[in-house]
Design a protein around this ligand. Structure first.
Ligand code: HEC
Ligand code: HEC
Ligand code: HEC
Ligand code: HEC
Ligand code: HEC
Length: 390
């Protein structure tokens, strides 16, 4: 067991495998909601991380973060705004979307407008890096892409820049990129029975893990500061277990997908990522173990669907303190993961703390281009468990 006190019970509580929970979709939220309530009463909560009043998503139930991080614990989907890093957070002029999708799909358009996909072209970090390139046009394809299902286009390679007025590149990875069908008029989606006032049909790329193909073409290439992390996902067993990119990065929701339509189970277009601290924390399972010789080791396991992190300049820093039974510090150490030293898909990295103690106190901080100061995304007190000797 990894965590101390009530956390430990929380880690035990969800005994469904993650895949089964993911399959439950909205049920997952309910299960975790119940967990959150239970552990709220132990006084665990949101302080020091994430969900303080100023970064809880205005349109969402704030949720409660439980201090549960273990390899088998399912993902939670925090309702949290991304860290304020001084860059644009909501796409300006989203109400000018081509096709006026937002008139009817208002909720989805609002979710998308604050995603890194909507911001992919205007993003200040991207624009600044273009200025350093001799051939910036090589960078346009994934940041202002053509429709992925376009006539004659085959999945398996990065998209080209869309053939539209330059002004339209403003809308980044747009609705049409993912949803426009090969005939150029039908909108493809997950439902076989959509009652739409426009041509709509069920698309293979929206059903279950087949939606991975919507993500992989842009996310598998090393380019500029980007590590093509989808390559590792493709080598993993996540797809076989029914867990696609969408299942981790798009939070489950239940709502009408268009004004006046029936309520459906769907997924939010908000796109959770490393800027959402409570989401980022879930990339790591931590376990503190006592060796035969009495010294303590800390094991860090990657729970994401790919290596961590995925961007040059992103640093995930851990400050670790080993405390004895009276709370006095016996060892202090630090390590970090970054583009030069990623935590590989499924990897467990062992750190020898080189001393003895009863509690390991871990603080995780996220530093990235654009962040003036590192942001704390994790704080945990782990009870040291007896382990296998080395
Ligand atoms: C006049 C209102 C209206 C406009 C404008 C509109 N839609 Fe729709 N759309 C709907 C309705 C209503 C549905 C059916 C919803 C349902 O049955 O749950 C729908 C269905 C869809 C679906 C299928 C959803 C599924 O569950 O499979 C997609 C995809 C879609 N719209 C995309 C778009 C995009 C992209 C735009 C902008 C280019 C757009 N729509 C513009 C009203 C609209
Ligand atoms: C094959 C698709 C693709 C191409 C081509 C591409 N990018 Fe990107 N870019 C991405 C993806 C995917 C991300 C998100 C990576 C992440 O956040 O981990 C991204 C993110 C970025 C970011 C980071 C933005 C942030 O959130 O801080 C910068 C900067 C960037 N790209 C610059 C470039 C430059 C410069 C080029 C041209 C040399 C380029 N990109 C070409 C797919 C692409
Ligand atoms: C990066 C690709 C991507 C982009 C960009 C995108 N979508 Fe989606 N969309 C999806 C996926 C994947 C699903 C299916 C989610 C699921 O499994 O339920 C979906 C589902 C939908 C649905 C079905 C109903 C629902 O509630 O989930 C509608 C309608 C829709 N999208 C409209 C839009 C509109 C409008 C935009 C632009 C504002 C947009 N999408 C942008 C990938 C995308
Ligand atoms: C057309 C190319 C394209 C497609 C398709 C695409 N992405 Fe992205 N994605 C990008 C780019 C470009 C960025 C980074 C934008 C930026 O920060 O400048 C990005 C950003 C992200 C991020 C946020 C990273 C961060 O730093 O916060 C996540 C998570 C992500 N994408 C997941 C997905 C998933 C899941 C899908 C499939 C449903 C998908 N993407 C489809 C191009 C794409
Ligand atoms: C099991 C859940 C899970 C799956 C499956 C998953 N991811 Fe992630 N992803 C995460 C977590 C947690 C993070 C935050 C850690 C990080 O930033 O590396 C993350 C981070 C990212 C980032 C930002 C990386 C960075 O540090 O800049 C991108 C982009 C991304 N994922 C895209 C994808 C795509 C595309 C897929 C499918 C090919 C995918 N993810 C599958 C959990 C998952």
């Amino acid at each position: 067991m990894t965590a101390a006190g009530p956390e430990r019970r929380a880690a035990d509580a969800p005994d469904l495998p993650p895949a089964a929970l993911a399959a439950l979709g909205v049920g997952l939220v309910a299960v975790l909601g119940a967990l959150a309530l239970t552990f709220g009463s132990f006084g665990l909560g949101t302080k020091n991380r994430g969900a303080s009043a100023d970064n809880v998503h205005p349109a969402a139930d704030p949720g409660v973060w439980t201090e549960v991080i273990a390899p088998d614990t399912p993902f939670r989907f925090p309702h949290q705004l991304p860290v304020a890093d001084g860059r644009t957070q909501v796409l300006p002029r989203a109400d000018e979307l081509a096709g006026a999708c937002q008139v009817c799909h208002d909720t989805i358009a609002a979710e998308w407008s604050r995603s890194q996909h909507a911001l992919a072209w205007v993003d200040e970090h991207f624009q600044a890096s273009l200025a350093e390139r001799r051939r910036p046009e090589a960078c346009y394809g994934c940041h202002a892409p053509e429709p992925l299902h376009g006539a004659g286009r085959r999945f398996g390679s990065a998209p080209y820049v869309r053939d539209a007025a330059v002004e339209e590149w403003h809308f980044g990875v747009s609705c049409a990129t993912c949803h426009l069908g090969p005939d150029g008029t039908t909108w493809l989606g997950p439902s076989a029975d959509a009652a739409a006032p426009h041509p709509a049909a069920q698309g293979e790329s929206f059903v279950g893990v087949a939606s991975n193909r919507l993500c992989i073409d842009c996310h598998r290439t090393d380019v500029g500061p980007v590590l093509g992390i989808a390559k590792e996902y493709e080598r993993s067993d996540f797809a076989a277990r029914g867990i696609g990119c969408v299942q981790c990065h798009f939070a489950p929701t239940e709502r009408p997908s268009a004004a006046g339509a029936a309520v459906r189970s769907g997924r939010s277009h908000e796109l959770l990522g490393p800027r959402h601290s409570d989401f980022l924390a879930q990339a790591f399972a931590l376990e503190a173990t006592r060796r035969e010789d009495g010294t303590v080791g800390l094991a860090v396991t990657n729970r994401a669907g790919h290596r961590v992190p995925g961007l040059v300049g992103r640093e995930l820093r851990f400050a670790v303190r080993l405390l004895n039974a009276t709370g006095a510090e016996t060892v202090r150490t630090a390590f970090q993961f970054d583009a030069e030293n990623t935590l590989a898909l499924g990897e467990t990295r062992e750190f020898e703390l080189g001393g003895s103690g009863a509690i390991v106190h871990v603080v995780g901080e996220h530093a990235a281009p654009g962040l003036a100061e590192p942001v704390r995304f994790l704080e945990l007190r782990l009870e040291v468990a007896a382990g296998v000797g080395r």
